[in-house]
Design a binder for this molecule. Sequence first.
Ligand code: GDP
Ligand code: MN
Length: 383
Amino acid sequence: MNLHEYQARELLQRYGISFPPAEVAATPDEARAIAQRLGKGGAGRVVVKAQVHAGGRGKAGGVTLANSPAEAAEHAARILGLTIRGLAVRKVLVAAAVDIASESYLGVIVDRAAQRPVLMVSPAGGVDIEEVAARSPEQIHRLGVDPRYGLLAHQAIALGFRLYRDVTQVRAAADVMQRLYAAFYGVGASLAEINPLATTPAGRLVALDAKIVIDDSELGRRPEIAALRDLSTEAPAEERARAAGLSFIKLNGSVGCCVNGAGLAMATMDLVKLYGGAPANFLDIGGSSNPEKVVAALEIITGDAAVKAILFNIFGGITRCDDVANGIVQATTQLSLKVPLVIRLTGTNEAEAVEILTRAGFSALTDMDEAVQRAVALAAGRP
Ligand code: GDP
Ligand code: MN
């Protein structure tokens, strides 16, 4: 789950990382009022920042400095009309602006190969870290963190020296790193990033941008974090799937897949690829699927215009094949299917399922290879 910058700032602030004062606005008037309030305490300059789940907002014109409240309102009006990487900007953050002398990068991600969090720092901050990694990888310094001990002070200090020469700055950066790591671990993030960590002309370190991605599997035990989800930014299909209790990920192919169990869903997608097709989605209807779940799944799959054939692949264990069959019959009477359906089921109550489907005019296969090959052929327009 992606968080907005203003939400990531709030979380990092709870861990003791400080950011320039800022507030969120949804209209130019609100932006003006915030700029006025912030201006009273400081120099009066603010930065107006698009709040969308996309990096590189600066380059896309979504981050602009404003010299007065009137200018802040103008920039807000323009940014609130922007679409950045396909995402409409609905809110802006208005933050007190800081003079920048240099920019560094700090980030923590999960390194699956190393099986631990990795802290990455670079003195070449501000720009996308992917760009730095491609152009000058020697500018990125990495440290695997043992989650039993967390990021230790001496490790953070050593990394700090990769960024700054001044000992006071090194210490300050190390402190931010330890807090960033603690936040990453504490909120169940898969990524936590500060870019840039700026130095001011006076030499002070200030965090100016924050990004946090929460690991979806951590949300169940962190309701206060789950509540930060911004539904307005999510693909409607994924939102519907979540509400129906389905694991769904949209992909770019033409074979709609409806499978029970994540492992079988992965295997099904592999087979679709093997036989020359491309899956339109990953969809796991779960273990104890009731007919309503199947109806919801079919609605979601058929809502995707790219889907040219639908493949059901059900291995009945706890999931009962007859439940799925009833769901298919129910769904196909409610929705008028415009694409062919290939059904493969085997396992618990298979015989009942075949009977239900046959009565409704469907045929069911039991062989997985045969079913996948047929779905791939149908999706490609071959009979
Ligand atoms: P991103 O492009 O989505 O990563 O958005 P950022 O918040 O990182 O802003 C992009 C760039 O705008 C930063 O790297 C800075 O160079 C600049 N910027 C952001 N905030 C300020 C500020 O307060 N003062 C100044 N001078 N520049 C800023
Ligand atoms: Mn940034």
